[in-house]
Design a protein around this ligand. Structure first.
Ligand code: ZN
Length: 195
């Protein structure tokens, strides 16, 4: 899957919307990304998982990975799909009163070599928190991966990292939004009446 094929699939599944949107932060953007929509069908999720697994040799020897781990909720589907492609186990971290933790009885061994997978990296914050939670158990995160990199390559998670597609998505304060300046009405994603 090359980046254009991935973006086409995102548009086809409405995972990538183009228009004039009000993000949850209150900022405006010409794009809205909801990666979950691109992963609704297991065959699609499996394809993305396989594509990430196939891209890994650029940063890590895939056979050296013991486990795939993802920060819940966003990373769950794609993390599972990557683990399936690598034929290793899959676990996740989740927030408990705000702090990312390993729960559900998942046992993490000291020295265990882990690949952390997310759907979308924006600042890298969730991946870094996931890595920190695993390190508390002595695990060693050897690499990280995501389908989309929204940081335009700038997110630093402290380990080698790959993404299938890199996007630069400008956001605007409403007062400085060029689409608002043109008189276009901004909408909340999901409120759009389509087709
Ligand atoms: Zn606007």
């Amino acid at each position: 899957m090359n980046p254009e094929q991935i973006l086409d699939h995102f548009r086809f599944t409405d995972a990538l919307l183009e228009g004039h949107f009000i993000l949850s932060s209150g900022l405006h953007s010409g794009n809205y990304l909801q990666c979950a929509l691109a992963l609704q069908y297991p065959t699609d999720a499996r394809q993305f998982g396989k594509a990430i697994a196939e891209a890994l040799p650029a940063i890590v020897d895939p056979s050296s990975i013991d486990t795939v781990a993802s920060p819940a909720i966003g990373g769950l589907v794609i993390g599972y799909a990557v683990a399936e492609a690598l034929n290793v186990r899959f676990i996740w971290t989740e927030r408990q009163t705000g702090e990312m933790t390993v729960r559900r009885g998942f046992n993490v061994r000291p020295g265990e070599r882990i690949l952390v997978v997310e759907d979308v990296i924006t600042t890298g914050g969730s991946t870094r928190e996931c890595i920190a939670a695993l390190e508390k158990h002595g695990a060693r995160t050897v690499a990280a991966a995501s389908i989309v990199d929204r940081s335009n390559g700038t997110a630093d998670v402290g380990v080698p990292r790959i993404s299938l597609v890199t996007m630069n998505v400008p956001t605007y304060d409403p007062a400085q939004c060029p689409m608002c300046a043109r008189g276009d009405e901004a909408v909340k994603p999901g409120s759009r009446t389509s087709k």
